[in-house]
Design a protein around this ligand. Structure first.
Ligand code: ZN
Length: 265
């Protein structure tokens, strides 16, 4: 009798333990809360890329922005970080790698938000303040600096081809293979590497010789060219497709943004 009772107690305890562990596992899997409603409204009102997605893809985009914002610290330096800044930073991070579902920015821990432009030495005063964004090196490894002014301007001006935050995230993606050289080896299938390098050289020469509607800063080097045309690609895809079809198709390959998969989550 006692043995049966003891067995019953042990059996119940084991059952409770299993149920407890299972519930914890479920909680863990669903740990990521939804993006707050106010953030979703800000995406709708400010991010054209998001508005161009299908409904399931929008939910996926929101979840990935939420995941990014929970993993990376955003710190204001002499400025406050508002909801709109967090949403635009999250969107800029996800837009270029949206077609890479498992992408994590392992090389980024913190973003410093400065009010306006700054110098290459991170000074916020003086006349040489021409930097809008920067991916840190050395002591600033794993840190990105963005100007709040440039971040907001990138999304509010719909007719230019500039978006500073996307530019900096593209540098970070480029850097994942160890080198910021305009060749994102992780995204680019091997057979496209040489054609891409040749295409970059051809276009850089064109900017230098004849001028181009591509921002002249792109002629600085391959890395800047890749970041500048990526801004153009995500800001004004139709115009880039019309004016530079070859470049457009190559960037479609790199970012897996082919039109026929646009409606997939
Ligand atoms: Zn750059």
């Amino acid at each position: 009798m006692i043995d049966n009772f003891l067995l019953f107690i042990l059996f119940s305890a084991a059952l409770l333990l299993i149920l407890f562990l299972l519930s914890r596992k479920n909680k863990k899997e669903n740990a990521m809360p939804d993006l707050p409603g106010v953030y979703i409204s800000l995406l709708k009102n400010n991010v054209a890329f998001y508005n161009g997605l299908s409904e399931p893809a929008k939910i996926n985009f929101e979840q990935r922005v939420q995941h990014f914002l929970s993993a990376v610290r955003i710190t204001g330096v002499n400025t406050t970080v508002e909801d709109i800044d967090r949403v635009l930073i999250g969107a800029s991070a996800i837009i270029p790698i949206f077609r890479f579902p498992d992408w994590e920015y392992i090389n980024l821990h913190e973003i410093l938000l400065y009010p306006e432009t700054f110098t290459e030495q991170f000074e916020q005063s003086g006349n040489e303040r021409n930097v809008l964004g920067m991916v840190g090196n050395g002591a600033m490894q794993h840190i990105m600096i963005l100007s709040k002014y440039a971040l907001r301007e990138g999304f509010s001006n719909k007719t230019d081809k500039n978006n500073t935050a996307i530019h900096e995230f593209v540098h970070l993606i480029d850097k994942t293979d160890g080198e910021v050289d305009g060749v994102p080896e992780i995204l680019l299938q091997h057979q496209y590497t040489l054609p891409w390098i040749n295409m970059m050289h051809k276009n850089i020469q064109e900017i230098i010789k004849n001028g181009s509607d591509i921002n002249a800063y792109g002629a600085t080097n391959q890395a800047e060219f890749f970041a500048v045309v990526s801004e153009y690609f995500f800001e004004r895809p139709d115009l880039l497709g019309k004016k530079h079809p070859e470049l457009y198709h190559m960037l479609e390959q790199i970012f897996k943004q082919e039109k026929d998969v646009d409606n997939e989550a």
